[in-house]
Write a protein that binds this ligand. Structure first.
Ligand code: SF4
Ligand code: SF4
Length: 82
């Protein structure tokens, strides 16, 4: 399991989540979308970032809203070559 950042972060990017992540696994990027991304192998599932997000963009992957499920693939695409 890991946490996933979804659509509400696009264009917001205030990085409140980055400030609290104990393992620095939240990365900024512009492709495929201009947002922040959580590295799925580095995230330790502590959940600290979730309540910090002012636009409710962060969910556990097991708890993703139906209309945000595509962000699992978007996230995987972002880290594919990293
Ligand atoms: S759940 Fe914890 S480890 Fe994972 S991205 Fe959020 S703050 Fe970082
Ligand atoms: S706190 Fe939310 S809106 Fe801000 S950068 Fe993190 S995921 Fe994006």
């Amino acid at each position: 399991m890991a946490y996933i950042i979804c659509e509400p972060c696009v264009g917001v990017k205030d990085k409140a989540c980055v400030a609290v992540c104990p393992v620095d696994c939240i990365h900024e990027g512009t492709e495929p979308l201009d947002m922040l991304y959580i590295h799925p192998d580095e995230c330790i599932d502590c959940g600290l970032c979730e309540p910090e997000c002012p636009v409710t963009a962060i969910f556990a992957d097991s708890d993703l809203p139906k209309d945000q499920e595509r962000f699992i693939q978007i996230n995987a695409d972002f880290f594919r070559n990293k």
